[in-house]
Design a protein. Structure first.
Length: 256
């Protein structure tokens, strides 16, 4: 299975049924999330026929095959990001959205240092790594591969994004790669204490590393490792500091 063939099948399905491509993409993500959910999910907006449901099942199987083949080279593979960028051209709200190229994600992985372990609730003590604008979770996937088949503990990955489709892509990506973590849908800059919806990833794989990947959909903040009460740096304060440094002729840095 190649990505072009997978995209062609989605194009054909949407064309034949007169459906919006991005809607079908999101519904396919919902289908997979429901398939991997440890508890039954009710989707009140799902109105496909039995024949169309069968197409979604075949597309899900094609995705699993595509992902398994794609992981062979670098240890991780993001079909969703490429598929999303292919489909979004017809949607005005997404025309300027692009994801991190895999080569840059791998470079970021190699540049990342050691992270001190901390308690991650049901996943025990392990490194905790976050991305406040995760997109399709490419940076997190790349970092995860650094710990696979090594003496390092698998990290607990926390992805945040304001876009619902991006969060669903990230959740599925982390699940099929065997990652531990969570995806949080909110505005990480202006409303970091909010939660639109979130996903707990692969609680069924710890501590035994057996069973099926899982994605738990929830709005219960108490289930997350992410600290919703933790204060964030205000944008105004950051801008004010930058202006002061600029007026003094000092070197600006994002890492103070």
């Amino acid at each position: 299975m190649e990505l072009k063939g997978f995209i062609a099948k989605i194009f054909e399905f949407t064309r034949r049924n007169g459906l919006d491509q991005l809607r079908v993409l999101e519904d396919l993500l919902d289908y997979i999330i429901g398939y991997l959910s440890p508890v039954p999910l009710v989707n009140k907006t799902w109105n496909y026929t039995a024949e169309q449901n069968e197409v979604f099942y075949r597309l899900m199987c094609d995705y699993f095959e595509l992902c398994q083949e794609g992981m062979g080279e670098s240890g991780w593979y993001d079909a969703w990001g490429d598929l999303f960028m292919e489909l979004k051209g017809n949607s005005a709200g997404y025309r300027n959205q692009f994801f991190t190229p895999p080569c840059l994600a791998d470079l970021g992985r190699k540049m990342s240092g050691e992270v001190e372990e901390s308690f991650c609730k049901g996943f025990g003590f392990r490194p905790k790594i976050g991305d406040p604008t995760c997109g399709s979770a490419r940076m997190l996937l790349a970092i995860h591969t650094e710990h696979v088949n090594s003496e390092k503990k698998l990290p607990y990955l926390i992805g945040e994004d304001i876009d619902f489709i991006c969060c669903k892509m990230s959740a599925v990506n982390l699940a099929v790669h065997g990652c531990y973590g969570e995806i949080i849908c909110h505005d990480s800059l202006h409303a970091p204490k909010s939660l639109n919806v979130g996903y707990i990833i692969n609680e069924g794989l710890y501590p035994s590393r057996s069973g099926l990947p899982t994605i738990r959909t929830t709005t219960d903040k108490s289930l997350f490792v992410f600290d919703f009460s933790e204060p964030k740096v205000r944008v105004q304060e950051t801008m004010a500091t930058a202006e002061i440094s600029k007026s003094k002729g000092e070197q600006l840095t994002l890492f103070d």
